[in-house]
Ligand binder design. Structure first.
Ligand code: GDP
Length: 694
């Protein structure tokens, strides 16, 4: 019953997925032999396909870990390179090409590499076997090859022919066995010949009696014996076997049988020697199965140890805290939704109002600058006989149509600004910025995929609501486009508010002036430039052209002049703001009657009305909708819509989580494997009892 090898190969496969393949020192059959001894032919006869790299150049530079899997129900034979993820390859010439490429990827300077290539071949015609193909021993180093190549190959092979591996030592019949490098190597590590199988190829190249004497060799006795084979594929283009067209085993076996039966005296059943590929396969299966059985105990122990280590790590580092990719995602999502809920509760009408009002304050300042404060401020020339502090107040005539139109135009510029879009954009941006902030404070921060999903969820809802919200807002502020009445309470509030807006604008201008001062290298220098510019403006000095010439003017570089102009502008603006601040605070602006003289207060009142109306609708159309839909959208994008693989990938993006998950997985798999091993050991015991009693 040959189940052990199959099961053990399966187990090795499981352990490889947790990177624990070294734990399981499963016995393999290691194939060694000199170049051209027929090593590849032996392997291909076992597999039934031509798949190994061929060529005069040394083509095997890396060990090939070849796993054969017997699949009774498979429709076709196929190979897989688990490390490459190329999927199932049914075209064996393509496998051959891939192997060639993988070998040639080892640079000449390195000669050979001990990084193995893994190849799994599944077929109903192969036995379950684990084989390792190694570079062939070379006798003389070719002139294109590095000198140390010979030794490097020997070292590489030595690494693999250690116990518990079985050595398949290939020698050609037409070379004296005493000269067989394969046998000499195997003797060094297996002097009593206990785990070496001798394969003698090219039996057809020596006469039959000589062939017989080789197989009966007494000089190098091997407990597992010698097998003679003839691997010449007859007439490669003939009807028996066409290159690349399925199994070559039958063709080889036919040819081999023909040869051995034509020499039945030497090789017939009476002769007592083993010949033929079929016998060789059976022998390999039996020997490997026995080796597997022998290694059961030690492997179990090794796995047990690994398991204890994983359990310990889990306890010490993770406090036995269970975790799965799913639970990690669910917890992360819950806590994110929780923090979002907190935000939603804190982000209501007052907050939206604040954001929007601030935006409109800026627009009002722009309007004032453009329509009232621009130079020359002729319209704002001070009345002659007023107290000092009011020296610079505007002399606006409340009866004049000019002032009426000016205020109407300013107010309507504000109401027709496109408040709907502006308000929606500003609030949507604020929401998006807050979502970004929440992400950066959450576990999702270290997960690019989730970050994107959340950002997309937010922007998709906001985009969807955008047009209807801005239309609604625009519709509702429509009345203000025709007329705005400001009541006295509103005036008082506006007066207070605009004062602080002007104050903070003044602060901003002053700090900008300071910044320019530092940039040019001090107050004095700046003053020099500014006064120069003022003289130019007054006409007492004439700057060539407009003063932007690279050469500059008045001993100042053009960059300095530019800074000077900037400072001059800021200084004027500061003076103006101070003047208007005084005006707003003065008695003259105390009531709504003076709206023509105090456009700052009036426009602030208008912007407050616009804000309040907009906020009402933003709240219903945007905020409430968003707060309702966003958590649901998250559930869809980060919950239901994700496949198990995506969830797994997500969780592993965080190295800490990845390590935690891996310990758990390793532990679980080792437990699983250990269970399987126990089962196999019981099976093995039963088998032995059955055999000894039967
Ligand atoms: P490797 O270098 O050890 O892999 O050897 P190959 O398997 O490539 O074989 C070397 C050469 O010997 C090839 O031309 C094979 O066709 C030939 N060859 C292998 N086995 C036999 C055999 O049993 N009889 C004969 N006549 N030729 C063989």
């Amino acid at each position: 019953m040959m189940v052990l090898t199959k099961k053990m190969i399966e187990i090795r496969g499981i352990l490889q997925t947790v990177g624990q393949s070294d734990t399981l020192n499963l016995p393999s059959i290691v194939v060694i032999g000199s170049q051209s001894s027929g090593k590849s032919s032996v392997l291909e006869a076992i597999v039934g396909h031509e798949f190994l790299p061929k060529g005069s150049n040394m083509v095997t530079r890396r060990p090939i870990e070849l796993t054969l899997v017997n699949t009774p129900d498979a429709q076709a034979d196929y190979g897989e390179f688990p490390a490459l993820g190329l999927g199932k390859i049914t075209d064996f010439s393509s496998i051959q090409r891939t192997l060639t490429e993988l070998n040639l990827a080892v640079p000449d300077s390195e000669c050979v590499s001990d990084d193995p290539i893994q190849l799994i071949i599944s077929s109903p015609h192969v036995p379950d076997l684990s084989l390792i193909d190694l570079p062939g021993y070379i006798q003389v180093v070719g002139h294109h090859q590095p000198l140390e190549l010979k030794q490097k190959i020997v070292d590489l092979c030595d690494k693999y022919i250690q116990a518990p591996n079985i050595i398949l030592a290939i020698s050609a019949a037409d070379v004296d066995l005493a000269n067989s490098t394969a046998l000499r190597s195997s003797r060094r590590v297996d002097p009593r010949g206990e785990r070496t199988i001798g394969v003698v190829t090219k039996m057809d190249l020596v006469d039959a009696p000589r062939g017989l004497s080789i197989l009966n060799d007494k000089k190098y006795p091997l407990r597992l014996g010698y097998v003679g084979v003839v691997l010449k594929v007859p007439n490669q283009t003939g009807p028996l076997w066409k290159k690349g067209s399925g199994s070559i085993s039958t063709a080889i076996a036919k040819n081999e049988n023909a040869y051995f039966s034509s020499h039945s005296v030497e090789f017939g059943s009476q002769a007592g020697v083993s010949v033929g590929t079929t016998i060789l396969r059976k022998k390999l299966m039996q020997v490997l199965e026995q080796a597997m059985a022998a290694s059961l105990q030690s492997t179990s122990t090794a796995i047990q140890q690994e398991l204890e280590e994983a359990t310990y790590e889990f306890k010490v580092q993770y406090n036995d805290r269970p975790l799965s990719a799913e639970s990690y995602l669910a917890e992360s999502l819950d806590s994110f939704k929780h923090s979002f809920k907190e935000f939603a509760e804190a982000f209501g009408r007052p907050q939206v109002r604040g954001i929007l009002k601030h935006e409109l304050d800026q627009k009002v300042l722009d309007l004032l600058a453009a329509r009232y404060w621009n130079k020359p401020i002729t319209d704002l020339t001070p009345p002659p006989a007023e107290p000092d502090t009011l020296a610079s107040l505007p002399k606006a005539d409340p009866e004049s149509l000019y002032w009426h139109r000016k205020l109407d135009a300013s107010s309507s510029a504000l109401t027709k600004l496109g408040i709907g879009r502006l308000a929606t954009t500003v609030v949507a941006n604020a929401i998006q910025a807050n979502v970004d902030r929440l992400i950066s404070q959450s576990t999702f921060y270290s997960h690019p995929f989730a970050r994107q999903a959340i950002t997309d969820a937010a922007s998709s809802i906001l985009n969807e609501r955008f047009y209807s919200t801005s239309d609604q807002v625009e519709n509702c502020i429509k009345p203000y486009k025709f007329e705005v009445d400001v009541e006295s309470a509103e005036w008082v509030e506006a007066r207070q508010n605009v004062s602080s807006v002007l104050k903070s604008e003044l602060l901003a201008v002053e700090s900008a002036t300071k910044a320019v001062e530092t940039e040019v290298g001090g107050k004095r220098k700046l003053n020099d430039v500014v006064s120069f510019i003022e003289k130019c403006r007054a006409g007492s000095i004439n700057i060539e052209g407009d003063g932007t010439a690279a050469s500059g003017a008045g001993g100042f570089s053009s960059a300095l002049l530019a800074k000077g102009r900037e400072a001059a502008f800021l200084q004027e603006r500061a003076a103006l703001l101070k003047m208007r601040l005084l005006a707003v605070k003065s008695k003259q602006c105390a009531t709504a009657k003076s709206k023509y003289q105090c456009p700052e207060v009036f426009l602030d009142a208008v912007s407050t009305k616009l804000t309040s109306t907009a906020v009402l609708f933003l709240n219903v159309e945007l905020l409430t909708e968003f707060f309702y839909s966003f958590p649901r959208e998250l559930d869809i994008r980060l919950g239901r819509n994700l496949s198990t693989t995506e969830v797994e990938k997500f969780a592993r993006e965080d190295p800490k989580v990845k390590a935690h998950l891996e310990v758990i997985r390793r532990k679980e798999l080792l437990e699983l494997v250990l269970g399987k091993m126990e089962g196999l050991r019981e099976l093995d015991v039963q088998e032995k009892t059955r055999r000894s009693s039967g």
